[in-house]
Design a protein around this ligand. Structure first.
Ligand SMILES: [Zn+2]
Ligand SMILES: [Zn+2]
Length: 93
């Protein structure tokens, strides 16, 4: 498959790793202090749709998020790749 954000091609697992290492800046986090909830958000580069998922409650601690930011990105990019495969499956690999 091809990286949604650049021209890199490779097996899904490599693209996933590449996203975490190379495109970490596209993952945004949103906090709803009133509800004590945190979400991560990625805008799909193909359709502009938002991939949004609630972070586990214990991750609302900022220190925890810094420490486990990579895990959050791993999950977020996994969801993005599922979305790209479902909605924009131009190439299958
Ligand atoms: Zn890329
Ligand atoms: Zn999309």
């Amino acid at each position: 498959m091809t990286c949604p954000f650049c021209a890199l091609e490779g097996p899904r697992r490599r693209v996933h790793r590449h996203l975490i290492d190379g495109h970490a800046d596209v993952v945004a986090t949103e906090v709803n202090p009133a509800l004590g909830q945190m979400f991560y958000v990625i805008a799909c580069p193909n359709c502009g749709g938002e991939i949004r998922h609630q972070v586990k409650p214990r991750w609302t601690d900022p220190g925890f998020v810094r420490e486990f930011g990579e895990e959050i990105r791993m999950v977020a990019f996994d969801l993005l790749l599922y979305h790209v495969e479902d909605a924009h499956s131009g190439d299958h690999q």
